[in-house]
Design a protein around this ligand. Structure first.
Ligand SMILES: *[C@@H]1O[C@H](CO)[C@@H](O)[C@H](O)[C@H]1NC(C)=O
Ligand SMILES: *[C@@H]1O[C@H](CO)[C@@H](O)[C@H](O)[C@H]1NC(C)=O
Ligand SMILES: *[C@@H]1O[C@H](CO)[C@@H](O)[C@H](O)[C@H]1NC(C)=O
Ligand SMILES: *[C@@H]1O[C@H](CO)[C@@H](O)[C@H](O)[C@H]1NC(C)=O
Ligand SMILES: *[C@@H]1O[C@H](CO)[C@@H](O)[C@H](O)[C@H]1NC(C)=O
Ligand SMILES: *[C@@H]1O[C@H](CO)[C@@H](O)[C@H](O)[C@H]1NC(C)=O
Ligand SMILES: *[C@@H]1O[C@H](CO)[C@@H](O)[C@H](O)[C@H]1NC(C)=O
Ligand SMILES: *[C@@H]1O[C@H](CO)[C@@H](O)[C@H](O)[C@H]1NC(C)=O
Ligand SMILES: *[C@@H]1O[C@H](CO)[C@@H](O)[C@H](O)[C@H]1NC(C)=O
Length: 396
């Protein structure tokens, strides 16, 4: 009798690859990386991708966990290859094909992602994968693709309820399960048709829970509000995707607002997919996206989102558990002036049996500072559009 490992070796597959297909290990924690859209839209090419991949390594972002380099829309010709029926990479933008750029990205120890659409055409009008799921999944696997962002444009009207949308997305989920390469499946269905209820069951590892983000504070506030009622859906294996980060993309938010944006996305377990030009960052922007204490909250092995504990005026208190009996809280001030906020142990720990007399050590994850021990509650000053992100080393 041959062992499974021996059989797989004969088939030319590694055990690691096969494990990726049959278990959700690709999504144990929210995915981290970069995507070309927010900065470059359709102006993407091999040079942009390789320069970004090099900067991912040299800036230290790779070592912090940002692994994926993802191309968004506009990488192909307008017609499929007449012989293979595969989507044809644009030879001007990608002279070495998609496999060429993927292998350069892999050589840097990074993973490579691509984009398609659960419809006849992508949002920019290039070929979509509907009706070609098996062909496209096989091509992506052959090219060395590790991640697929799957959009929702030109969907033939096959939308409007969970049954019909999930069926359309499941076609690609099934095709991806059928190829030898593990490919992370990122559903981009704009929060329609209760995707959070079915995304996981059709093979999705993250699902967009809202419309597109934009580089302004009202967009961050709006998406945060939409994430509140479904925060508890995120768990290892599948995550609510609040959309790609706008930190440093067009400088349309203040550093305080970008810091809040990054904190909320990390604490709510959204994927952390950068959108800025990482080859040319200011120190302020770099300091936000490289905060290893905040990244550790995003990547905590328990995989539980913070939940809204209270809302008073323009302030909201979020909190949730971490591994090793820890806790994190996020004090968010959406108002236009600095304010003091208080969180009591029974609010933060959301536990009717919370020991309100317990003294607990608190750390400030943006100040990188231990604040000391507190008993029963903690009060902090929070600037306009700012957050305070606190870690508790134990529960009350
Ligand atoms: C690649 O795209 C970038 C950004 O759009 C552009 O500046 C550059 O000229 C392009 N390079 C090539 C070789 O097409
Ligand atoms: C496919 O065939 C059409 C019509 O013959 C031609 O115009 C087109 O350039 C071909 N496309 C590719 C990608 O070969
Ligand atoms: C979903 O929409 C389709 C197409 O409009 C319709 O046939 C089906 O009955 C709907 N299903 C549910 C559960 O509403
Ligand atoms: C699975 O792969 C086989 C062989 O390559 C193919 O015939 C079949 O259509 C694929 N199924 C799906 C759901 O992609
Ligand atoms: C935020 O950006 C979106 C998209 O560009 C725009 O529609 C909206 O008006 C902007 N909001 C503010 C307050 O600037
Ligand atoms: C999430 O919370 C809602 C109520 O806010 C509850 O009905 C639902 O059962 C919870 N789901 C999970 C997976 O905990
Ligand atoms: C780098 O960013 C600065 C603004 O922070 C900008 O003025 C400059 O043009 C950028 N350089 C390149 C090469 O993009
Ligand atoms: C903050 O100020 C802006 C601009 O004056 C205004 O549109 C907004 O409603 C104010 N927000 C709050 C929460 O007061
Ligand atoms: C916040 O609390 C501090 C200390 O009690 C106090 O000095 C300050 O005036 C308060 N700030 C606001 C905006 O209420």
């Amino acid at each position: 009798m041959l062992s499974n490992t021996q059989i797989l070796t004969i088939l030319g597959l590694s055990v690691v690859q096969v494990m990726g297909i049959i278990d959700p290990s690709l999504a144990k924690t929210p995915q981290m990386g970069w995507n070309s859209w927010n900065k470059y839209q359709c102006n993407v090419n091999e040079t942009v991708i390789i320069n970004t991949a090099n900067a991912m390594v040299s800036s230290g972002l790779k070592d912090l966990g940002y692994h994926y380099i993802n191309i968004d829309d506009c990488w192909s010709l307008h017609q499929r290859d007449n012989t293979t029926q595969r989507i044809a990479p644009d030879p001007t933008k990608f002279p070495n094909g998609i496999s060429g750029v993927a292998s350069k990205v892999h050589a840097l120890g990074l993973k490579f992602g691509i984009y398609s659409d659960a419809g006849t055409n992508t949002c920019a009008g290039y070929p979509g994968s509907y009706g070609y799921e098996a062909i496209d999944a096989q091509a992506f696997s052959d090219w060395g693709v590790d991640y697929l962002k799957y959009d929702n444009c030109n969907n033939l009207g096959l939308a409007g309820n969970a049954t019909i949308s999930s069926k359309r997305y499941k076609r690609m989920g099934d095709a991806l399960k059928n190829v030898s390469r593990p490919i992370f499946f990122s559903l981009c269905s704009w929060g329609t048709d209760d995707v959070w209820d079915w995304g996981r069951s059709i093979g999705g590892q993250s699902w967009r829970m809202s419309g597109d983000i934009s580089d302004n504070w009202s967009s961050v506030v709006s998406i945060t509000g939409q994430a509140v009622p479904i925060a508890n859906i995120s768990a290892p294996g599948g995550w609510n995707d609040m959309d790609m980060l706008e930190v440093g993309v067009h400088d349309q938010m203040t550093i305080t607002e970008y810091t809040s944006h990054f904190s909320i996305w990390a604490a709510m377990k959204s994927p952390l997919i950068l959108g800025n030009d990482i080859t040319n960052m200011t120190n302020d922007i770099k300091n936000i996206i490289t905060n290893n204490e905040v990244i550790a909250i995003s990547q905590d092995s328990l995989g539980a989102s913070v939940q809204q504990r209270s809302m008073k005026g323009n302030t909201q208190l979020f909190a949730g558990p971490l591994s090793k009996n820890g806790y994190v809280s996020l004090f968010l001030n959406e108002g236009n002036s600095t304010t003091n906020m208080t969180g009591t142990w029974s609010e933060i720990f959301n536990n009717p049996k919370a020991n309100t007399h317990k003294s607990i050590a608190v750390r400030d994850l943006w100040a990188h500072k231990d604040l000391g021990r507190f008993q029963g509650s903690i009060s902090v000053s929070v600037e306009s559009h700012g957050v305070r992100m606190l870690k508790f080393s134990q529960q009350a």
